[in-house]
Design a protein around this ligand. Structure first.
Ligand code: ATP
Ligand code: MG
Length: 631
């Protein structure tokens, strides 16, 4: 049905007005503090902004090697948990650095602790790297090299640079200067045992003749050298006996497993890694890393040209949430804690699960951020925008959110979503007023496309846009007050309302109004509305620094925010959502980051959750339109 000319003109005028109103509102919504991350946001290209690799810390690391060195890096996660936002930095640094210098990056699973490893972690890590848009040059496992590592351990013994030690943990601590490491350090009697004896004992370890803790292979570093204040040189263990445990790749073959300190640098050498980048907790390990490589002739002392080079960057920490595996596990699985009372009695407290799973959108694991709808590229831009130095980067969750917001602002279409609908009946609307409007997905037309929006005399508005009692500073709908409906050529004035049995306003009667509205609100046509379930997410904890809570005796449970998830079971959205879904299924993006996302007008950014509930589409709020000022 073609609207008559007159009403077409009116429609155009109304739309311009509404666009202006939306623009004005958006201006007010823009984050005031420009963060480093927001300045580098780009949607036009999926390539990471190159500057972190060309300037500063990473550029200096690159220049430490001769310019013709082929760049080979690795991301080496332990497959014992789900990756979190901090790991996104490690992934961006290692894969990004290789990409920036036409090199390659390995995904190397550091699978040397069978007790804690699980297939699901291997799979999830691989998928998350793919989601972030990176492709490992090769997927490798430390366990690929177990035979070779074992041979090298024997070789180290033969070179008189390792010995089998039977001291207990307490004894070893004493040898290292006692509890504060300030006392004298000394060697144990095993250190000087004959090479042949250590070889025999090491083979006995391998054959299963020792239980865990009864024997270690220790590297002969520089335990007593008074100038050697670095604990990483105090005869670190190279191999340990591990309780009978099935290793996902080598089965029950091994009863001994190499330590991180023994494995890491050697695997770097095997894979000819040029730049081995890790976080600053490993700064002291640089000496032992080089020591072992030199002891086995994998590296020439004082030459950076031969062999891999370890360099350390600062971790990314996010405050306002928790990242520790152990703590997230308590939220996911629930936990029974024991609380000691002052009278010595012990109280057991059962804390039930507080989230639905490791990918619950309230968490900051990467699977959770993905499910919540954070675009992979937005996350990468954010991480890279923070820069890479050797200092710890500590940020609040709100800073991440504002960066995501400015990314989405320029990349997703807009739709009207009503979280808590009230029906408005426009009594005097005629058939001629009822029409199918064509509305652009983006009033600024940065995002192309448009959708059909149906308008009839019955529309839903959000309960927050209606007040039973009017007041002068209030501009939205109230009895006898006029408000504009976005994209509709006339305003409406409420004339009466009714309530349901529980006292909530359930229906508003309105008429067309000639008065000039002070503002415009969004609405959804009743006849074509699509019912959805919408979930909004807020901080899991009341405090901004949940890491300071009592994690030992369960005190953290009292600080859980009861409103961390708000569910709108009766939400409705304009039928355009179905068009977006269709468009998406006909023409899925080839990227692995492939969710339907949109801006819900005046509300927030949402995506469609992968799972339906009672056959209804579930929407996850990615971020609100503006920062939550109540925080
Ligand atoms: P967590 O202890 O936080 O669970 P992890 O250090 O045990 O993590 P790994 O699997 O060992 O996890 O990490 C793989 C790589 O990611 C390592 O190189 C590590 O340095 C890096 N990494 C881990 N956490 C962070 C972080 N918060 N920021 C930057 N890089 C990180
Ligand atoms: Mg670790």
């Amino acid at each position: 049905m073609d609207p008559p000319k007159e009403s077409k003109r009116a429609l155009e005028k109304a739309r311009k007005k509404a666009e202006k109103a939306v623009k004005k509102a958006e201006f007010a919504l823009r984050p005031k503090e420009p963060s480093a991350a927001t300045t580098s946001t780009s949607t036009s290209s999926s390539k990471a902004p190159a500057n972190v690799f060309e300037e500063g810390w990473l550029a200096r690391v690159y220049k430490e090697k001769p310019s013709d060195t082929p760049v080979r890096t690795r991301f080496p996660p332990e497959p014992n948990g789900f990756l979190h936002i901090g790991h996104a930095k490690a992934i961006a640094v290692n894969f990004g650095f290789a990409k920036a210098h036409n090199g390659v990056c390995f995904l190397r699973y550091d699978d040397t602790n069978p007790a804690k490893e699980d297939e699901i972690f291997f799979t999830s890590i691989r998928e998350i790297i793919q989601w972030l848009g990176f492709k490992p040059y090769k997927i490798t496992y430390s366990s690929d090299h177990f035979d070779r590592l074992y041979e090298l351990a024997e070789e180290l013994i033969r070179r008189d640079k390792a010995y089998v030690c039977h001291c207990s943990r307490e004894e070893v601590n004493l040898q290292r200067g006692g509890p504060d490491n300030r006392g004298p350090r000394y060697a144990c009697k095993h250190r000087e045992r004959p090479i042949e004896e250590s070889l025999t004992e090491f083979r006995a370890m391998k054959d299963g003749n020792y239980a865990p803790g009864e024997a270690y292979l220790r590297m002969k570093q520089s335990l007593t050298d008074p100038n050697e204040g670095n604990p990483q040189m105090w005869d670190l263990p190279a191999y340990r006996v591990v309780e009978k445990n099935h290793h996902h790749r080598t089965g029950l073959k091994w009863k001994i497993y190499p330590t991180y300190d023994f494995t890491h640098c050697l695997c770097d050498s095997f894979e000819e890694i040029s730049h081995s980048m890790c976080t600053t907790e490993f700064q002291q390990s640089r000496v032992s890393y080089d020591w072992l490589l030199e002891a086995l002739d994998f590296k020439v002392p004082k030459s950076e040209e031969k062999g891999p080079m370890q360099r350390e960057y600062g971790r990314l920490n996010v405050t306002g949430t928790i990242l520790s595996k152990r703590r997230i596990q308590m939220l996911v699985e629930g936990v029974t804690v024991e609380k000691k009372n002052s009278d010595g009695t012990v109280e057991k407290k059962v804390i039930p699960p507080s989230v639905r799973g490791w990918d619950d959108p309230r968490l900051y694991t990467l699977v959770a951020l993905r499910r919540r709808g954070i675009p992979a590229q937005a996350l990468l831009n954010f991480v890279e925008g923070l820069g890479v130095t050797d200092a710890l980067t500590e940020i609040q969750t709100t800073r991440l959110e504002s960066s995501i917001r400015s990314y989405l602002e320029r990349s997703v279409p807009r739709l009207a979503l009503i979280l808590d609908p009230i029906k408005v009946i426009i009594e005097d609307a005629t058939e001629a007023d009822e029409q199918e409007l064509t509305v652009p997905y983006d009033p600024k037309r940065i995002i192309p496309g448009e959708r059909q929006v149906k308008f009839t005399r019955e529309v839903y508005i959000d309960s927050s846009d209606f007040r039973e009692e009017d007041s002068p500073e209030y501009f939205r709908l109230a009895p006898n007050k006029t408000v504009g409906l976005l994209n509709v050529p006339f305003a409406v004035r409420a004339v009466s309302f009714s309530k349901d049995s529980s006292g909530h306003v359930s229906e508003i009667r309105a008429v067309k109004s000639e008065d000039k509205p002070k503002t415009y609100i969004h609405w959804v046509d009743v006849s074509s509305a699509v019912k959805v379930i919408a979930r909004q997410y807020h901080s899991l904890f009341k405090t901004d620094s949940p890491n300071t809570l009592d994690w030992k005796e369960g005190g953290w449970a009292d600080d859980l925010n009861p409103n961390s998830e708000i569910i709108f079971k009766n939400a409705v959205i304009e039928k355009g959502l179905n068009d977006l879904v269709k468009l998406h299924s006909v023409n899925p993006s080839r990227a692995s980051d492939d969710l339907v996302r949109f801006q819900a007008l005046r509300t927030g950014y949402f995506c469609i959750d992968p799972e339906k509930e009672d056959d209804n589409i579930v929407l996850n709020q990615i971020v609100s339109l503006r920062e939550d000022k109540s925080k």
